[in-house]
Write a protein that binds this ligand. Structure first.
Ligand code: MYA
Length: 434
């Protein structure tokens, strides 16, 4: 594994350079899978000096059904929450990153652009845009104090980052106030110095100060203990470029022209009444989405403000489409994807891979397969190179048929200070984190 421990193929994980242009389901006994299972089992045996001290499901407790579901530790009185920040090594200092400031936003953007998640072979690195970061970090009720940076005291250079945003997450029939933790990043030159645990403790402290005691996060690394482990699937939209940059390979017995033909899509969506979501649709989309998400074990509890923020289209950040019945004008179906490009490292011809990531999709009248094919069509028209989707919710019902190929990376989902008795099936998960 590389220094960030991220296999390719998931969002903390990044594009899959191994998926074949002619996607085939992965063989479980492939060397790659055997190696991964071995690494995962090593990771289970591994000591986690930091994570062993935290209120998270511990590996030793896996399968112990006598432990109750819910908070692992009760909240402590706010007066007992540490009032001062944790100590950093003396050359560094804490900073709160004001994402409204163009200058700070640029610094965060550049730190992540140069140091955030890469695939195992260091061919691609996430390149979250500034607009995306502003969107991801300023949802309704966000706290500036949860956008935490570390600077070098002398140069003032930003060298590390971690963020939280507030969310209501439903676990079975309990709606829990949580922080969604993301964008943990330590500059490449400062790795393996145990800075990450200090950053995690500091964000935890600041979340506690707001009287919030649970969190949700994802990672490409195995930590104690995933609530579920998802796989990324990739649908080529621009197969020639994907092959040229090493994201995918030409399938056996395939030529480039046959591959291009295989992935060709119609010019226009097929569903009558398929259109972009608008502000006036917020109530109907909220209703549709709440109904739909209620069937999953873990999902966000979105209200209209959340839907307006997270799902109303924002150029180059998030796209949402819906089906308005031409007859009744009812909003019957919905699909969305977010924009997350990756830098292509060391390629002569291309520097950016434009990727769309499936977000929340709801079908009540239009078959999900047809809805998602329409999503692929609009993504292709917007010049995305690839459309990625996790095997969460009902996504498995369309992945193979719509010519998605399985990625070789995994994305692990975690809850902090909340125990789930048994790991979930990926189809029981109704949560997509950015
Ligand atoms: S996931 C994205 C993470 N970012 C990257 O992969 C970018 C590239 N990599 C880096 O910048 C560094 O390698 C990072 C680690 C910063 C990841 N999540 O400082 P260290 C543990 C949690 O010496 P470094 C995302 O953003 C590791 O197991 N822990 O290591 C969600 C070890 O602990 P232990 C991680 O490589 C983040 C310790 O850190 C991760 O220099 C959710 C080593 O520290 C990871 N991705 O830095 C954070 N990677 O010994 C948790 C390594 O015990 C939030 N480690 O094994 C928890 C909830 C908090 C709020 C609670 C509120 C109530």
């Amino acid at each position: 594994m590389t220094d960030n421990n991220s296999p390719p193929g998931s969002p903390k994980v990044n594009p899959d350079h191994n998926s074949e242009a002619n996607p085939l389901p992965k063989d479980d006994s492939s060397l790659e899978n055997i190696v991964r299972r071995f690494q995962d089992s090593m990771s289970l045996a591994k000591k986690h000096k930091f994570w062993e001290t935290q209120p998270v499901g511990q590996f030793k407790d896996a399968g112990d059904t006598s432990l109750p579901e819910g908070p692992i530790e009760p909240p402590t009185p706010l007066s007992e929450v540490k009032q001062e920040p944790y100590n950093l090594p003396s050359p560094y200092e804490w900073t709160t990153c004001d994402m409204d400031s163009e200058e700070t936003c640029n610094e965060v953007y550049n730190l992540l652009k140069n140091n955030y998640v890469e695939d195992d072979e260091n061919m691609f690195r996430f390149n979250y845009s500034k607009e995306f970061l502003r969107w991801a970090l300023r949802p309704p009720g966000y706290y500036k104090s949860w956008h935490i940076g570390v600077r070098a005291k002398t140069s003032k250079k930003l060298v590390a980052f971690i963020t939280g945003v507030p969310a209501r997450i439903r676990v079975r029939d309990e709606v829990v106030k949580m922080a969604e933790i993301n964008f943990l990043c330590v500059h490449k030159k400062l790795r393996s110095k145990r800075l990450a645990p200090v950053m995690i403790k500091e964000v935890t402290r600041r979340v506690h100060l707001e009287n919030i005691w649970q969190a949700a996060y994802t990672a490409g690394v195995v930590l104690p203990t995933p609530i579920t482990t998802c796989q990324y699937w990739h649908r080529s939209l621009n197969p020639k470029k994907l092959i040229d940059v090493g994201f995918s390979r030409l399938g056996p017995r395939m030529t480039m022209s046959r591959t291009i033909k295989l992935y060709k899509l119609p010019d226009q969506p097929a569903t009558p009444g398929f259109r972009k979501m608008e502000l006036r649709d917020v109530p109907a989309v909220t209703w549709l989405l709440r109904n739909y998400l209620s069937q999953f074990v873990v999902s966000p509890d979105f209200d209209e403000n959340d839907v307006e923020h997270w799902l109303l289209p924002t150029e180059d950040v998030v796209d949402s489409y819906l089906v308005e019945s031409p007859k009744t004008h009812d909003i019957t179906d919905f699909c969305s994807f977010y924009t997350l490009p990756s830098s292509i490292l060391g390629n002569q011809n291309y520097s950016i891979l434009k990727a769309a990531y499936s977000y929340y999709n709801v079908s009540t009248k239009t078959p999900l397969l047809q809805l998602m094919n329409d999503a692929l069509i609009v993504a292709k028209k917007k010049d995305f190179d690839v459309f990625n989707a996790l095997d969460v919710m009902h996504n498995e019902s369309f992945l193979k048929e719509l010519k998605f190929g399985p990625g070789d990376g995994q994305l692990h989902y975690y809850l902090y200070n909340y125990r789930i008795r048994n790991a979930l099936r990926t189809s029981e998960l109704g949560l997509v984190l950015l």
